[in-house]
Design a protein around this ligand. Structure first.
Ligand SMILES: Nc1ncnc2c1ncn2[C@@H]1O[C@H](COP(=O)(O)OP(=O)(O)O)[C@@H](O)[C@H]1O
Ligand SMILES: [Mg+2]
Length: 256
């Protein structure tokens, strides 16, 4: 058995805060140090990680669960050293996996993860059963916030449920879509004041990503913005987050 991979959920209370953009670009940035990265699309009902990479996929998580397909055979590689396990879009029964399916999927994922150094799971928003399960399944939890009051309240609700009902007490926080790093620090401080006062949690401000038109452009081009030749402030921020995370990843002995 090799070293277990570093596993982290990228999650949020509110939708549209930038989870998938962060997962895709953080994953791409981490391959620069030769890490073997897997991105799992955990937004089971409205999956779109494949679209961010312009992948055309014909197998996904549903095939593993429904047909017992080999999980590694369901992974697509848009980049050297970066695999994507896609999910389904428009299949409502995937949104809330029951305990039996969770156990089954958990077993399959555990074996799949051993082929990688680092696994990022891009979840759906909210406090649905699958979101909570993915967050309980990984070693680390990253919550994405934006300055919108609704994003902050919904993140509080998610962190509350994860800490009180799922024994998760440490959270990485990335503040996204802000004007500058000062606004990022203010939003983090605001969140910490509330969550830190009322919940038994330890929050770490992992980084701030400013609003950058190159993010939307990269989605339209279906290429990670960290790999674009025209490099903007969001790419710089995500590369910095990747550099901070990288020492926590130990290269696993296993190979893809
Ligand atoms: N830092 C940013 N600057 C500008 N636009 C952003 C930024 N982060 C995300 N977006 C945009 O916000 C929208 C939602 O992002 P997405 O990653 O799909 O969010 P989520 O996965 O949380 O629903 C997309 O249109 C994306 O281009
Ligand atoms: Mg998403």
């Amino acid at each position: 058995m090799g070293t277990p991979p570093f596993t982290m959920c990228i999650t949020s209370g509110k939708g549209g805060v930038g989870k998938t953009s962060l997962a895709v670009n953080l994953g791409a940035a981490l391959t620069r140090t030769d890490r073997k990265v897997l991105i799992v699309d955990g937004d089971l009902g409205l999956a779109n990680v494949d679209i961010f990479f312009g992948l055309s996929v014909d197998t996904n998580i549903l095939d593993i669960l429904a047909n017992g397909s080999d999980p590694l055979a369901c992974v697509s590689f848009p980049l050297d050293n970066l695999g994507v396990l896609p999910a389904t879009s428009g299949v409502p029964e995937m949104v809330a996996l029951g305990p039996g399916d969770q156990d089954k999927l958990g077993g399959y994922l555990q074996c799949l993860f051993d082929h990688f150094d680092l696994v990022l799971i891009d979840t759906a928003a909210g406090i649905g059963a699958s979101v909570l399960w993915f967050n309980s399944f990984v070693g680390d939890n990253l919550v994405v916030l934006t300055p919108e009051p609704t994003a902050i309240t919904d993140a509080y609700a998610l962190v509350k449920v994860l800490s009180t009902e799922h024994r998760r007490h440490r959270f990485e926080i990335v503040v996204n879509q802000v004007a500058d790093t000062e606004e990022g620090a203010r939003v983090f401080h605001q969140f910490q004041m509330v969550a830190g006062s009322f919940l038994d949690v330890d929050l770490n401000h992992l980084g701030t990503v400013v609003s950058d038109p190159l993010v939307g452009k990269a989605v339209r081009r279906q290429k990670p913005f960290v790999l674009a030749s025209h490099f903007g402030p969001a790419a710089q921020a995500v590369r910095r987050i990747a550099a901070d995370l990288d020492p926590r990843v130990v290269t696993a002995a296993a190979s893809v």
